[in-house]
Design a binder for this molecule. Structure first.
Ligand code: GLA
Length: 367
C-alpha cells in the first residue's frame, strides 16, 4: 500500500473533574488542551513500520504482525495500535512514521492517549477505513491495556478524540455517551492555570491498579458489578462495605460523580465561583478518601487557593503530574508567583505554569 503523506494530530487532555470514575462507569468532565502530538505517515507496501520520534534518537521497527511483548518503551503505544487494529480486522499500512510529541510524557496530560489516537487516526486515514470516535477510543484503550499492559479506563482516549474548542466534554461511562458543556472561563475574566509540578507520575507502579481493585472489591461487597449501580442510594450504602479503606475509595467515586454533575450545572449557569469550590472539594476527596495526591501537589493546591484561586485540584491518575487552578485573570500572576515561591522554598522542582483553554479534539488537518 502506498499513498499520499498523512498528517494527523491529537491533543493532551486535562480532566476538569471526575477522577478515577471512568472504570467505575461514572462521570467525568475533561477538556482537550491546545498542546498536541503530531504524526506524519508515509505509507508504503512494506510489512513493517519504521517509527521515529523527535524526543528519542534512532528509530524503532514494528512488524505489522506484532504481538504484545515484541516492543517496549514509548514505541509500544504505536505497536499496540497496530496490534489492536489488526485484532479488530482492520487493514494497517506499513511505512515510515515520524512523531512530534507536543504533549509531555509523564505529566498526567494523557500523552499516551494523544500518541495512540494520533497514530490510529493516521493509519485509518491511510487505509480509508471508517471508524467512529468511540470505537477509536476502544481500540486505543485496548492498545494500552493489552499491549502496553496498563489497566487504564476510557477517559483519556474519549477526551482526546471527542473534545471540542471552548467546551468541556461530559462523558458518561455507563453507556459511553458524551455531551459538550460550555467552558470558556476567559469570557468571564477568569483563567484556568495549568501547573505542571514536574513530579513524574507513573501508573505502572501499581497504585492505579490497587485503587481499581479496591473499587471492584467495594462493588462486589455490595453485590453489584460497578459502583455506578449504587450511585442513587447515596454514601450511606457504603456501610455495607466491610473494609474501611475500600469504603473510603468507593466514597470518593460516589461523591466525585455528584461533583461532576454539579459542575455541569454550575457551568451552564456560568457560576464559576461554585466551579472553583467543586475543584477544591474534588482535591480534598482525592487526598483524604482516594489517597492519590502527594504532599507536593497538596502544597501547590493549598498555595494557589490561599493566594486567591477560586479553586484548585490535582488532575489525572495521581501521584504527580499537574494541578489546575481557576483564578481571576487579574490575579493569575500573583497566584503563579505564590506557587513558584512556595514550592521553591520547600525544595521541589520549579513548576511550569501556563493559562490554558479548551482546544479541539484529534483531527487530520489540525497542527
Ligand atoms: C488516568 C487513566 C484514566 C483515568 C484517570 C483518572 O489518566 O488513563 O483512564 O482513570 O487516570 O481519572
Amino acid at each position: 500500500m502506498t499513498g499520499p503523506v498523512i498528517r494527523y494530530s491529537a491533543p493532551g487532555r486535562v480532566n476538569l473533574i471526575g477522577e478515577h470514575t471512568d472504570y467505575n462507569l461514572g462521570l467525568a468532565l475533561p477538556i482537550a488542551l491546545p498542546v498536541r502530538t503530531s504524526v506524519t505517515l508515509r505509507p508504503d507496501a512494506c510489512d513493517a513500520l519504521e517509527v521515529h520520534s523527535d524526543r528519542v534518537p534512532g528509530s524503532v521497527r514494528i512488524a505489522l504482525n506484532t504481538v504484545p511483548g515484541d516492543v517496549t518503551g514509548w514505541a509500544a503505544y504505536v505497536a499496540g495500535v497496530v496490534w489492536a487494529l489488526r485484532r479488530a480486522g482492520k487493514r494497517v499500512p506499513g511505512g515510515v512514521m515520524s512523531i512530534s510529541g507536543g504533549v509531555d510524557m509523564g505529566s498526567g496530560l494523557a500523552s499516551s492517549a494523544a500518541l495512540e489516537c494520533a497514530v490510529l487516526g493516521a493509519m485509518l486515514a491511510a487505509t480509508g477505513e471508517l471508524m467512529d470516535p468511540l470505537d477509536r477510543a476502544r481500540i486505543a484503550q485496548r492498545a494500552e491495556n493489552e499491549y502496553v499492559g496498563t489497566p487504564t479506563g476510557l477517559l483519556d482516549q474519549t477526551a482526546v478524540l471527542c473534545a471540542e474548542s471552548r467546551r468541556a466534554l461530559l462523558v458518561d461511562f455507563r453507556d459511553l455517551t458524551t455531551r459538550p458543556v460550555p467552558f470558556d472561563p476567559e469570557a468571564y475574566g477568569l483563567a484556568l492555570l495549568l501547573i505542571n509540578s514536574r513530579a513524574v507520575h507513573r501508573h505502572a507502579d501499581g497504585e492505579y491498579a490497587t485503587r481499581r481493585a479496591a473499587c471492584e472489591r467495594a462493588a462486589a461487597a455490595l453485590g453489584v458489578s460497578s459502583l455506578r449501580e449504587v450511585q442513587g442510594q447515596g454514601i450511606s450504602v457504603l456501610s455495607g462495605v466491610p473494609d474501611p479503606v475500600d469504603a473510603r475509595r468507593a466514597r470518593h467515586v460516589l461523591t466525585e460523580n455528584v461533583r461532576v454533575h454539579d459542575m455541569v450545572v454550575a457551568l451552564q449557569a456560568c457560576d464559576y465561583r461554585h466551579v472553583g469550590g467543586l475543584l477544591s472539594a474534588s482535591h480534598d476527596s482525592m487526598r483524604d478518601d482516594f489517597e492519590i495526591t502527594t504532599a507536593h501537589l497538596d502544597l501547590i493546591v493549598d498555595t494557589a487557593v490561599h493566594a486567591g484561586a477560586l479553586g484548585a485540584r490535582m488532575t489525572g491518575g495521581g501521584f504527580g503530574g499537574c494541578v489546575i487552578a481557576l483564578v481571576d485573570g487579574a490575579r493569575s500572576g500573583v497566584v503563579s508567583e505564590a506557587v513558584r515561591e512556595t514550592v521553591r522554598r520547600a525544595g521541589h522542582p520549579a513548576p511550569s505554569i501556563v493559562a490554558t483553554q479548551a482546544g479541539p479534539g484529534a483531527g487530520e488537518h489540525i497542527s
